[in-house]
Design a binder for this molecule. Structure first.
Ligand code: SF4
Ligand code: SF4
Length: 479
């Protein structure tokens, strides 16, 4: 694609990158075929190619974002399905990130939009605030219909309350910074990113990761000072805040690596993983952090990538049919496709691909709150597709998707449990029974082969796992 930027415009490093991306696009339109928002809205401006044109026009003419441009950019899930499809290698992620930051600095959103975005970015990245907000949401839940009917803010408030978990939200023993020594002598040592929203919504994921790794001779450390990776605010265009979160993570991790060493930084939410792996790019112009950011990105791994390097053997008979939901941030953002499925198959599960697996479930960070209509349609489509493979268990590697899909299942009174991949691997190799699977079988345990785990997992247990905010594709990010 031909571009017309002035040398003065190209003096800006971010614009240089975007101009290069824009020139890569040959406007063939292949990407439209796999874009979820184009599928739903049928409008070229809600397709990757349409958005690329809007961004090009805005940047070339040095225009502030207009209401129309913002509408179409806001509808983008940042699912990155278009990047997987694009034959020309257009780096849409960096382009949309730059465009969102431009929107944030040049466009004044309506008051209700500003309020909602400020509230989400002030609460979600902070576990204590998030816990408090969820406690409030529980109290407000019985009045959900009332809130949903309010003018202007109603649909978003309704979506937020509908996603809030009905079960207890508490602290888990052992959470927070600390060292988890290996149970058996080992040589490896990893950093585990504990995250922000995930441990509040489902502390079992990090607990299963720690149990699994320490049982296999790997020391796990959660460094002091780490928290949110910045993905949540990054996807809202709040670049300054996102970079501040990134620097705090880098400081915490580099201090640990320099003092005691670490073989990898493990991330259990693929939305976050996509962002951490991009720190090197995000902070490339920051003289004090560029090298450290690149170092951290090089060490970052999705937990399944790391588990695939270990010699893991199942210690129980499994065999359940598992529908593997590949988060967008996993398959499109990090290009991790077969690894989690092979891992589950090696543990004895019968792994099934979900039809239309490339399509987002609608979680996408805080998208399911900010764009409840499109997110709801995508959730319905995803849950229907998952149902087609008749799974006994659903596995995913991103808390946002787990929350979003659990909500869709609960709406249908479908009791199929959804768990994190690492919870199944931990259980299969001698760890704890994943609570979302329902009541644990009584010992002596000789391998659990229920005819249908769906019968065991009560609707109540699913509702408990129907947590707020997929947001949390997380990465985002992502889905
Ligand atoms: S597939 Fe790639 S090159 Fe073709 S229009 Fe989409 S982004 Fe541009
Ligand atoms: S990131 Fe997803 S929603 Fe956005 S343009 Fe690409 S395919 Fe469409």
């Amino acid at each position: 694609m031909q571009t017309n930027f002035t040398p003065a415009q190209l003096a800006d490093s971010a614009m240089q990158v975007s101009e290069k991306i824009l020139r890569t696009c040959v406007h063939c339109g292949f990407c439209t075929a796999t874009c979820p928002t184009y599928l739903i809205k049928g409008d070229e401006l809600d397709s990757p190619r349409g958005r690329i044109y809007l961004i090009k026009d805005m940047f070339e003419n040095a225009r502030p974002a207009t209401g129309e441009v913002v509408t179409h950019l806001d509808r983008c899930l940042s699912c990155l399905s278009c990047m997987t499809t694009c034959p020309s290698g257009v780096h849409y992620m960096h382009l949309i990130d730059h465009a969102r930051a431009h929107v944030e600095t040049t466009y004044k959103r309506p008051w209700h939009d500003r309020m909602m975005r400020s509230m989400l970015s002030a609460i979600l990245p902070y576990p204590d605030r998030f816990r408090l907000a969820l406690a409030g949401a529980k109290l407000a839940r019985p009045f959900r219909a009332l809130f949903a009917g309010l003018p202007v803010l109603g649909p978003r408030l309704g979506a937020m309350l509908a996603l809030a978990p009905s079960g207890p939200i508490g602290r888990t023993p052992g959470e927070g910074p600390g060292v988890h020594p290996a149970n058996t002598p080992g040589t490896a040592r990893v950093i585990l990113m504990s995250g922000c929203a995930q441990p509040v919504l489902n502390p079992g994921i990090n607990a299963a990761t720690i149990a699994l790794l320490t049982r296999h001779g790997i020391e796990v450390v959660v460094p002091k000072g780490e928290g949110c990776c910045g993905a949540l605010v990054h996807h809202m265009g709040k670049e300054h805040d996102a970079h501040a979160f990134a620097r705090a993570q880098i400081d915490a991790w580099c201090a640990e690596i320099d003092a005691r060493g670490a073989d990898a930084i493990l991330i259990t939410a693929s939305g976050c993983g996509t962002t951490v792996k991009d720190y090197g790019f995000m902070l490339r112009d920051d003289a004090a952090y560029a090298a450290k950011a690149a170092r951290v990105s090089a060490l970052a791994k999705d937990v399944t990538e790391y588990l695939a390097t270990l010699d893991l053997k199942p210690t129980i008979a499994t065999g359940q049919v598992v529908a593997y939901h590949s988060a967008c941030s996993m398959q499109h953002g990090q290009k991790i496709t077969d690894v989690p499925k092979k891992l589950l198959a090696a543990m004895g599960f019968k792994v099934k691909d979900v039809p239309e697996a490339h399509l987002c479930c609608g979680s996408a960070g805080v998208y399911n709150i900010l764009q409840p209509e499109i997110a709801g349609a995508l959730r319905e489509r995803k849950v229907t597709n998952i149902g087609k493979v008749k799974p006994e268990i659903i596995a995913a590697g991103n808390i946002g998707c787990m929350t979003q899909i659990a909500k869709g299942l609960a709406d249908r009174a479908d009791a199929t449990p959804i768990v994190h991949t690492v919870e199944l691997v931990d259980w299969a190799t001698g760890g704890a029974w994943p609570p979302a699977l329902g009541p644990a079988p009584r010992p002596p345990f000789e391998g659990h082969r229920p005819e249908s785990l769906g019968v065991i997992a009560t609707a109540a247990s699913v509702t408990t796992t129907a947590l707020i905010l997929g947001a949390i594709d997380l990465a985002g990010g992502d889905d």
